[in-house]
Design a protein around this ligand. Structure first.
Ligand code: FPP
Length: 251
């Protein structure tokens, strides 16, 4: 089925977040090393970025490397870092031509210097673009991010520039790495795993979750459009009842 036809253009999610999972298992199925799966995964990234542009998604966050991924074998970590530097470098012109802005969240200082430099360079080159913002979560974990934001808030209280009474949900939002962007309305995870794995725990509070068995290297535009159609068929109640959504509140 061609899912693009079924998409309702008037309710496209502004922000989609994806846990790209299954590269290792896909590579194993092909009798190849895990890093081969990550390389193939880049083709899926390209497709999905294009798909977002086609239907008008404005923000796409990809979980490319988690804090926990540092615990993988050195060979795989080194291979992933090389792949990231190489891909960001070779794709920057393409991103720029398509009006895509690159951003990154996470403990970027922990990345190898070549990776940090390439990232900063590409972020700068694409900084004027506004068709789509592609946010790479790199050396990212939500607990790391929330802990850091609490430290910042605590320091402000200790310095006397903030009172504990001023702590609100919005204040916490404004101390997160994602402070500049709306929260994702849809989170997709590939490969059949049904976990959130320390990804955007705060920001996904009201997101719809979509899980598919497709492994990331095989995830194509039509799979993405299927997720969008599924999202559009959900009733987003934000704690209200279905009836309340149908009837406007009386004055
Ligand atoms: C999870 O699959 C995937 C990753 C940890 C890395 C994802 C990175 C890419 C696809 C490269 C992206 C590049 C750019 C520039 C965004 P897994 O290794 O956990 O697979 P498994 O669960 O089957 O072992």
């Amino acid at each position: 089925m061609d899912y693009l036809q079924s998409i309702n253009q008037s309710s496209i999610p502004q922000h989609v977040a994806i846990i790209m999972d299954g590269n290792g298992r896909w590579a194993k199925q092909q009798g190849e090393d895990r890093i081969f799966g990550h390389h193939e995964g880049v083709n899926s990234v390209r497709e999905i970025v294009e798909a977002c542009g086609e239907i008008g998604v404005k923000f796409l966050t990809l979980y490319a490397f988690s804090t926990e991924n540092w615990n993988r074998p050195k060979e795989e970590v080194d291979g992933l870092m090389e792949l990231l530097v190489g891909t960001i470098s070779s794709e920057t012109k393409n991103l720029n031509d398509k009006g895509i802005r690159l951003e990154a969240i996470g403990d970027l200082k922990s990345l190898p210097e070549t990776c940090q430099n390439q990232l900063q360079n590409s972020i700068k080159i694409t900084s004027k673009n506004n068709k789509l913002t592609l946010i790479l979560a790199l050396s990212y974990s939500s607990k790391w991010e929330i802990t850091n934001s609490l430290k910042e808030i605590g320091n402000k209280i200790a310095a006397g520039t903030l009172s504990p009474d001023e702590i609100t949900s919005e204040l916490i939002d404004s101390h997160l790495n994602t402070r500049l962007w709306p929260n994702p309305e849809l989170m997709i995870r590939t490969s059949g795993e049904r976990r959130i794995s320390n990804f955007l725990l705060w920001q996904l509070a009201y997101a719809e979750f979509y899980f598919t068995d497709v492994l990331w290297p095989e995830f194509r535009k039509n799979d993405f459009f299927e997720a969008i159609v599924s999202y559009q068929n959900r009733e987003r109640r934000f704690g209200k009842t279905s009836d309340q959504l149908l009837t406007p509140p009386s004055k």
